[in-house]
Design a protein around this ligand. Structure first.
Ligand SMILES: Cc1ncc(COP(=O)(O)O)c(C=O)c1O
Length: 366
């Protein structure tokens, strides 16, 4: 009897795990709604009203496929960053683009380097395409650029992943540090620079893009964080025109939806709104920092929309996360040392932060 096709060896051997347990899955598991959703670094402040309006208008056109070239959005982004349109590709979020990059650059068995405990979707794609991961421990609550470059040289890596600003620490490196890091990478190695949190970062953490055509770097940006469009699934990569043209061979041309394209375009133009979100998030970070210190805990400096708080040990962090979960508060914590002494809390609205502070004070053992 024909039992259907076997899975490829690569797929059959993959662990049956997903990178994240979604808050919706937690609600289904626990049979109740979350009281606070502060674990996925979404924007508490929502999308720009202009983006909502544009998506509303686009909804009426949802019978049509979106523009596979995301032409208008790419034109706007090119002018925004001072690069050529040919250097931009739009995808359904950085997560999608990470897969495209891994598939394009990593042959089976080749090595990709990342920090141990860094954003896991990159690792997920490396495993899914049969690559080998080399993980470098964090050093003093930040990516260890020296050790990452050394690992890349030692393993003849094709890809090095770095989030700047970083998730889960919130730490950031300066333009000078990044420049020196790129110089230390080996021949035939590409830096995948994930700038998901760039809108919150100080200028010195963001190398200028104008005219950028460096074959050693791909930069990734998203509308999921400061723009508040995580559910719309839209982000983009900036690379050399040659790389972008190569992506055309394999990318999912109709993968970006029409509503997201319209929302992102309107959001990009609404600079006042974005500025307001960035200010509100900075205020929220300061509130978390003050709360942590008041409880005798140590907040890590953050240039993102979340704060990692060092609670003194892995067991304490896990116990605290579980105590918060028991109160239907969704946060996350890094899974591996040395960062697993921390919990990670997304900046909420002032009302959400006040409620979080109340619950945290109730569950944190003095
Ligand atoms: C470092 C980093 N990269 C990428 C993403 C996901 O981006 P997107 O929503 O564009 O797929 C996140 C989301 O938490 C992130 O923290």
């Amino acid at each position: 009897m024909n039992r259907g096709a076997p899975y490829t060896r690569l797929i059959a051997d993959l662990p049956a795990t997903v990178p994240f347990l979604a808050p919706e899955a937690i609600e289904r598991r626990d049979g109740r709604p979350l009281v606070l959703r502060l674990g996925a670094n979404e924007s508490a402040f929502g999308p720009s009203p202009r983006a909502c309006e544009a998506m509303g208008v686009a909804a009426a056109r949802a019978a049509y496929y979106g523009d596979p070239e995301s032409y208008e959005l790419r034109a706007a982004l090119a002018s925004h960053h001072g690069v050529r349109m040919e250097q931009l590709v739009v995808g359904s979020g950085i997560d999608d683009l990470l897969g495209l990059i891994v598939r394009t650059f990593l042959d089976r068995g080749e090595v990709a380097v990342t920090s141990l405990g860094a954003y896991p979707t990159f690792n997920y794609h490396v495993a899914g395409y049969g690559g080998t991961l080399e993980r470098v421990p964090y050093h003093e609550n930040a990516n260890d650029l020296e050790a990452l470059a050394a690992a890349a040289r030692r393993t003849h890596a094709r890809l090095v992943y770095l989030a700047n600003p970083d998730n889960p620490t919130g730490a950031w490196h300066t333009t000078e540090d990044l420049g020196a890091f790129i110089e230390r990478l080996p021949e035939h190695c590409l830096l995948v620079l994930d700038e998901a949190y760039s809108d919150f970062a100080p200028p010195e953490a963001l190398p200028p893009m104008v005219g950028e055509d460096d074959p050693r770097v791909i930069r990734l940006r998203t509308f999921s964080k400061a723009h508040g469009l995580a559910g719309a699934r839209i982000g983009y990569a900036v690379a050399t025109a040659e790389t972008i043209a190569t992506f055309e061979k394999i990318r999912l041309h109709f993968g970006v939806n029409l509503l997201a394209q319209a929302g992102a375009l309107a959001s990009l133009a609404d600079t006042d709104y974005l500025r307001g979100v960035v200010v509100a998030v900075a205020e929220g970070r300061r509130a978390y920092e003050a709360l942590a210190r008041d409880l005798g805990l140590t907040p890590l400096p953050s240039a993102t929309n979340f704060v990692a708080i060092d609670v003194g040990g892995s067991a304490q962090a896990r116990a605290l996360m579980e105590a918060l979960a028991a109160r239907a508060v969704f946060i996350r914590m890094p899974g591996v040392p040395p960062l697993d002494r921390c919990i990670r809390v997304t900046v909420g609205t002032p009302a959400e932060r006040a409620l979080f502070a109340t619950i945290l004070r109730e569950v944190w053992p003095r």
